[in-house]
Ligand binder design. Structure first.
Ligand SMILES: [Zn+2]
Length: 222
């Protein structure tokens, strides 16, 4: 026999602070990982396809850097650098390979040169540090001069690399201290309700939403 009262179901939405990752965020995270691994990715700002990293051509300097390092070692250095898969870790690696030095002659046509510091580049093979020219260093790792200079700018006077702030920000779902305090104030402002047997029975029969509304607006029932 069907009940004369139609049963009303209240759907209470699950209250959660966990954000669902959007498609855009997934794409950005995926692009970042691919960029740090040296794989092809689409740049976020310009939406351009950035090619996969590969060991570049040898330098043409008299020191024949590639020959001194050895072809297999060049490949191995490239592999381990991109295998780090981490921007900060890769920058730390540069600090271990590059030494900043004062430029001896800092004059360009009777005026002081703007560039007063220069870099000396080395790569590690076994326990040996092999000096290489700038072109060879950039080519071995397939990186730009800008990438190296930006990393070296962050080296503190004590030789420690400042933390990488790329993509670090306050999470969007983080509740501010002001909001937390306003919730605390609201809770403290509520009156204490003594739950009697009658009230308990009443609460059980009403929708949770009505209950929440009553508690939030300080509605009193007799
Ligand atoms: Zn060279």
């Amino acid at each position: 026999m069907a009940s004369s009262h139609s049963k009303v179901e209240y759907k209470v939405p699950k209250i959660t602070r966990k954000r669902k990752r959007s498609d855009t965020e997934w794409k950005q995270a995926d692009a970042k990982l691919k960029r740090n691994c040296g794989q092809t990715y689409v740049s976020r700002r310009r939406q351009q396809v950035v090619r996969e990293r590969k060991v570049g051509p040898p330098c043409q300097c008299q020191d024949k850097c590639y020959t001194r390092v050895g072809e297999e070692n060049v490949k191995e250095i490239f592999k381990s650098y991109w295998g780090l898969k981490d921007h900060y870790g890769q920058s730390v690696y540069f600090v271990g390979c590059i030494t900043e030095v004062e430029v001896k002659r800092s004059r360009v046509k009777d005026r002081p040169s703007r560039q007063t510091r220069n870099f000396l580049y080395t790569v590690k093979v076994g326990h040996a540090d092999i000096k290489v020219c700038r072109k060879a260093f950039l080519s071995i790792h397939d990186i730009t001069d800008k990438r190296v200079r930006n990393a070296m700018k962050k080296v503190t006077p004590t030789g420690v690399l400042a933390p990488d702030m790329c993509g670090r920000h306050t999470p969007l779902n983080k509740i501010s201290e002001d909001r937390k305090q306003s919730v605390r104030n609201h809770i403290n402002s509520l009156q204490t309700v003594v739950i009697t047997r009658e009230l308990k029975a009443h609460i059980a029969s009403i929708s949770p939403w009505v209950l929440i509304l009553a508690l939030c607006t300080k509605v009193t029932w007799n």
